[in-house]
Write a protein that binds this ligand. Structure first.
Ligand code: NAP
Ligand code: GCO
Length: 268
């Protein structure tokens, strides 16, 4: 491998990807393993961690999996200490774990709103805060926050999610501002509409066999005229975790097939 390409290698790095038993987190962690990193992930239930470990093993990846609810500061502190003891200090953190509740705002309870903010915004704060001291000690670190189209745009029924992902964009910029001098780069990835369990309800085939109206809407709003797949995120995620992005800081890289640049296909 020539010197330039070595910049994209993650050899010798320890990467923690939260909520990575499946979906986007699993794809990003798999790419990191292919780039040479040691993979650590957590999920909220042991059976999910076990499912994730089996899925990684099927791809020839020896991952380290832990049960941890990322909204619980004590659990996160215990997780980071365990990882540092059993695997090594964390070089790369991907705040991927997330939930969405699609409820019209005026029908959403304050508790439901808080639950989304807790996982999608408070948790990236909690996990980053737990990991940054070790990164400062090592003299380098990469934090990647999984943002969203909703970091820039709103739509019906996703008020809590948009508020959280908008806040996550600004948390990304603030971590970049506050810790850049310690050679820590904090950036975001803003996926477009990606085919995962989280968006499955938006892609359900209708009783008459037609595509879900939202599915057709997204195809018309996406220049690439397709839903993203988790593999579309792997290259950008490796770039932001590697030394090739050491002067990229506070940036949200939108991997959306062009949605944010496009007014949308006019109806025929
Ligand atoms: P997903 O399929 O729903 O997976 C989310 C993962 O996070 C699951 O493993 C989930 O575990 C875990 N998780 C949820 N709450 C947790 C908690 N409190 N502690 C630990 N783990 C927790 O979602 P995805 O589509 O892969 O999305 C991953 C990230 O990308 C999310 O932040 C999402 O907002 C973001 N995103 C997704 C899209 C998209 O189109 N799919 C687009 C833009 C951004 P459980 O199964 O136990 O809940
Ligand atoms: C929704 C979707 C989106 C995607 C993603 C887009 O209901 O609009 O779930 O929010 O998950 O965040 O970037």
């Amino acid at each position: 491998m020539n010197d330039f390409m070595k910049q994209l290698s993650l050899e010798g790095k320890v990467a923690l990807v939260t909520g990575a038993s499946y979906g986007i987190g699993f794809a990003i962690a798999s790419a990191y393993a292919a780039a040479g990193a040691t993979i650590v992930f957590n999920d909220i239930r042991q059976e999910l961690v076990d499912k994730g470990l089996a899925a990684y093993e099927e791809k020839g990846i020896k991952a380290h999996g832990y049960v941890c609810d990322v909204t619980d500061e004590a659990q996160v502190e215990t997780l980071v200490a365990k990882i540092e003891k059993e695997v090594g200090s964390i070089d790369i953190l991907v705040n991927n774990a997330g939930i969405i509740k699609r409820i019209p705002m005026c029908e959403m309870t304050a508790e439901e709103f808080r639950q989304v903010i807790d996982v999608d915004l408070n948790a990236p704060f909690i996990v980053s805060k737990a990991v940054i001291p070790g990164m400062i000690k090592k003299g380098h670190g990469k934090i990647i926050n999984i943002c969203s189209m909703m970091s820039e745009l709103g739509r019906e029924t996703v008020s809590a999610y948009a508020a959280a992902k908008g806040g996550l964009k600004m948390l990304t910029r603030n971590i970049a501002s506050e810790y850049g001098e310690f050679n820590i780069q904090c950036n975001g990835i803003g996926p477009g509409y990606i085919a995962t369990p989280q968006t499955a309800p938006l892609r359900e085939i209708q009783p008459d066999g037609s595509r879900h109206p939202f599915d057709q809407f997204i195809i018309a709003k996406t220049p690439a005229a397709r839903w993203g797949v988790t593999e579309d995120l792997q290259g950008p995620a490796v770039f932001l975790a590697s030394e090739a992005s050491n002067f990229v800081n506070g940036h949200v890289l939108y991997v959306d097939g062009g949605i944010l640049a496009y007014i949308g296909k006019q109806p025929k």
